[in-house]
Write a new protein. Structure first.
Length: 121
């Protein structure tokens, strides 16, 4: 009977002391921040997949027949960094180093590696 009396409507439950300790606004701000971070990570993942799927496939069109000179390699690496900077909305006037951009998108420079892999197949 004692358990039924405790669980009746209007009476405090076993977890009531914990709910009184936690501020409701703190819970709301935590869940709001979690939702924002989740949304940002999903958008970032979609952008990474889109860049690698659509942009690089058009860039590599006919790449099997290319003769890569040093200048061409430099242009390809510059294009890769330009794509990551555009995705992160980083202006060239912000003076953000390439290594920092790669850390933000959690990627490495691999456009030349992908190109060599396609030429090998």
């Amino acid at each position: 009977m004692a358990k039924q009396d405790r669980m009746t409507e209007g009476s405090p439950t076993l977890c009531a002391p914990f709910l009184q300790i936690v501020d409701p606004t703190a819970i709301y701000s935590y869940t709001r921040r979690f939702q924002e971070l989740y949304l940002v990570s999903c958008v970032m993942l979609f952008c990474l997949i889109s860049v690698k799927c659509y942009i690089w496939s058009m860039t590599f069109y006919g790449a099997e027949t290319w003769t890569l000179r040093a200048a061409d390699q430099k242009y390809l690496e510059s294009f890769e960094m330009w794509c990551w900077r555009r995705m992160e909305k980083i202006s060239w006037t912000d003076h953000v180093r390439n290594e920092e951009v790669l850390l933000r998108v959690n990627e490495q420079r691999n456009i030349l590696h992908e190109l060599r892999k396609r030429k090998a197949n």
